[in-house]
Design a protein around this ligand. Structure first.
Ligand code: FES
Ligand SMILES: [Fe+2]
Length: 449
């Protein structure tokens, strides 16, 4: 039987037993791998600040065993986990006034890898000056610890995004979520808006709001550092346009979680910013900030006290429910983790609604092959010393259905007009940018009403 015939055979599982290899170019991130090298060129979150107390914390990032600690003067250290004397794990070390001391023979390591003391050696020993212990730069921002695991000469500036400080009064609350699967299938999700209509609304229960149940008309746009999806939904006499932003390689943002799209709004921003950080090729952490402000959550449904280590305040995000509960009402976590330890792209059958996922993977592939450098624009933005623009928004416009029945075409066109205005708004910053956007949204509404 030919291969083409075998895949059309009823009860034909017998012919489909082969599982092709995973897409190693995009999924593997260990030292020396192309994707690993790309990710190492960016600041990556590695734990929450609150996880660093008087004890060191063993962590694993992109296949590297490390130890993180905060020394008693408050400096963050991120070192190779195994002592460079004889390999004892520094997770059993003693956090010291300056650096960390190995429990076995007392060697003392500074946060930059300098060996400060080898107390068992003769006082005139030069051993400690002849090499350094493996160390990476680390820093904190609003409760997340970020590290740079790339070559020291390529240390990038640390990006500060506009949504950290906008709208006025926004509060960032750090969280993390453990995923026993490859990083990319968790990251893919940010460019898959259609799953919200099915997984989050129609399949078992309404997990966010009823409005997500309308399948969006989809489009996509290139923006600095990455892409946005434009999901346009017809909700009665309103049009809800949602744009989520992903920046290469592994940063993504989501708009209002509990958007009801019941009334007009011209531009609201981000409710979570998240990085998918590989632990190894079959495990990853999502580290993120939940954004708490009245603009994205006017009803105050968010719960800051439920955000933390392996916990966040909305449904279906962690692996802590009973297996039965997961089966009866699966959420993002079950859908993504269950795609296999590493999702096999060669077994997928991508359709029109997967265009975002396919585009994201294509952009990642171009980046690992050096055909596109996602650091260039980010570095330029960092050097401008202004908060970096993000392009993540909900807009709800009062525009009735088109009388000629071409609503889906119209929704796509309107989505493009909204994202065009968002691009034009890059000429402005802060509240001026937001005011410009609100004005442009009002204009679109007037034109099309
Ligand atoms: S193994 Fe760490 S000091 Fe000896
Ligand atoms: Fe989701």
């Amino acid at each position: 039987m030919t291969e083409a015939a075998s895949i059309r055979t009823p009860y034909g599982a017998y012919f489909m037993g082969d599982v092709p290899a995973h897409d190693s170019e995009l999924t593997e991130t260990g030292p020396g791998t192309p994707m690993g090298e790309l990710m190492r060129k960016f600041w990556q979150p590695v734990c929450l600040s609150r996880e660093l107390n008087d004890l060191p914390k063993a962590i694993r990032v992109m296949g590297e065993d490390l130890v993180a600690f905060r020394d008693r003067t408050g400096r963050i250290g991120l070192l190779h986990r195994h002592c460079s004397h004889r390999g004892t794990s520094l997770e059993y070390g003693i956090v010291s006034k300056r650096g960390i001391r190995c429990c076995y023979h007392g060697w003392l390591f500074d946060t930059d890898g300098t060996i400060l003391e080898t107390p068992g050696e003769p006082s005139d020993s030069r051993l400690k000056d002849s090499f350094r212990h493996g160390a990476y730069p680390a820093r904190e921002h609003d409760g997340l610890v970020f590290a740079y695991l790339g070559p020291p000469e390529d240390l990038p500036p640390f990006p500060i995004y506009d949504c950290y400080v906008e709208p006025a009064g926004n509060r960032l609350v750090p969280y993390s979520i453990w995923h026993p699967c490859n990083w990319l299938q968790v990251h893919d999700n940010v460019m898959d808006p259609v799953h919200a209509a099915f997984l989050h609304t129609r399949m078992s229960n309404v997990q966010l709001t009823e409005s997500y149940g309308a399948v969006p008309v989809l489009d996509f746009a290139d923006v600095p550092n990455g892409m946005v999806y434009i999901g346009s939904r017809r909700i009665g006499n309103l049009v809800w346009i949602k744009g989520n932003h992903t920046m290469l390689p592994n940063f993504g943002q989501t708009t209002a979680l509990w958007e009801t799209a019941e009334k007009v709004k011209y531009f609201t921003g981000v409710s979570l910013s998240k990085w998918i950080v590989p632990v190894d090729d079959t495990h990853c952490w999502m580290f993120g900030f939940r954004h708490f402000n009245g603009e994205v959550d006017p009803q105050g449904l968010g719960r800051e006290d439920q955000c933390g280590v392996d916990t966040v305040d909305f449904f279906g995000q962690t692996g802590h429910r009973s297996h039965e509960a997961m089966q009866r009402e699966p959420g993002d976590w079950e859908a993504q983790v269950s795609q296999r330890p590493i999702a096999i792209h060669a077994l997928e059958h991508l359709g029109t609604t997967d265009r975002g996922v396919a585009t994201l993977r294509r952009m990642l592939r171009r980046s690992v092959r050096g055909e596109y450098d996602p650091r260039t624009e980010l570095t330029r933005q960092c050097e401008s010393r202004k908060p970096i623009h993000t392009h993540c928004y909900d807009t709800v416009l009062g525009i009735p259905p088109r009388s000629n029945g071409d609503d889906r075409d119209f929704l796509r066109e309107l989505g493009q007009q909204v994202v065009g205005a968002v691009m034009d708004a890059d000429a402005y910053d802060g509240e001026e940018r937001r005011e410009y956007l609100r004005r442009r949204m009002r204009e679109l509404e007037t034109i099309h009403r």
